[in-house]
Design a protein around this ligand. Structure first.
Ligand code: SAM
Length: 248
């Protein structure tokens, strides 16, 4: 089994000890079944990734001893995925895969045909952290509070990155071409609509907004979760991979 990775927000440095509270201690002992002395990795975007060991286990807490730096902090630029929330099980799956594919931030946009309320953001945030722990990244993407479409579009003033709008109506540039033109940079903003699609009024506003570019994800109508991941996979495929490449 590869060494378990634990995201900790604490400042990580050699010979420091960190006390974990109940839920994280429970995860180590009852889910990962770790025992004192067991090696693990702890990480965050600011401190990088560190070798550590489970030093002690209490009834409702645990202590981690941080040992040596295993991987220094490194930038992990990625796209910002703006999405209209959809049904929970599919949404959970999409969020987990988006983290694996290098998304930098997740922004729920409440469009006219969005029929799902994001009633438990903490649950989604836990999925984001767990996916980051599993896939080996150092950064944990942010999950914004849901924003109504009108306010969201009004907030996209000058200086916001180009927005690739996944337009199922067709006629948009192929997503890979648009991504290649957008350049390697931080990562573009990508917008995917809800299961019922964008309302005609929303689509017209998007097509008329500065810096918004309609893109096609192919000739078929994809489910919202498929569309989001197709766009992220296209972005990931264009990135320098492996040693020397940022990988992100
Ligand atoms: N209007 C669709 C229909 O006719 O069934 C429903 C919307 S689709 C299920 C969900 C979202 O995925 C769309 O709003 C769009 O953002 C994106 N999408 C799906 N297929 C696409 C494609 N071929 N090209 C671009 N975007 C697509």
């Amino acid at each position: 089994m590869t060494q378990p990775r634990l995201h900790l927000a604490d400042r990580l440095e050699a010979a420091s000890t960190i006390r974990l509270q109940a839920d994280r201690a429970h995860y180590l002992t009852n889910v990962l079944r770790l025992r004192p002395g067991f090696p693990l990795r702890v990480f965050n975007a600011e401190s990088g990734e560190w070798d550590a060991v489970l030093a002690a286990l209490g009834k409702r807490d645990a202590t981690i001893e941080v040992r040596a730096l295993a991987r220094p902090p490194a930038p992990e630029p990625g796209p910002v995925l703006h999405f209209a929330p959809f049904r929970r099980n599919r949404l959970d799956w999409m969020v987990e895969k988006a983290v694996e594919l290098g998304v930098a931030r997740l922004v729920p946009v409440l469009t006219e045909r969005t029929v799902v309320k994001l009633d438990n953001p903490d649950r989604l945030r836990a999925i984001v952290v767990e996916a980051a722990e599993q896939c080996g990244r150092l950064s944990v993407p942010g999950l914004d509070a849901p924003v109504p479409f009108g306010a969201w579009l009004a907030g996209r003033g000058e200086g916001t990155p180009p927005l690739l709008f996944a337009d199922e109506a067709g006629g948009g540039a192929p997503v890979a071409a648009a991504l290649a033109e957008a350049g390697a940079g931080e990562g573009p903003d990508i917008l995917v609509g809800p299961e019922g699609g964008f309302a005609p009024r929303e689509r017209a506003l998007l097509l008329g907004a500065p810096g918004v570019r309609p893109v096609s994800l192919g000739p078929r109508i994809l489910r919202a979760e498929t569309a989001a991941l197709a766009a992220l996979a296209a972005w990931q495929a264009l990135r320098p991979q492996g040693p020397g490449g940022s990988g992100f």
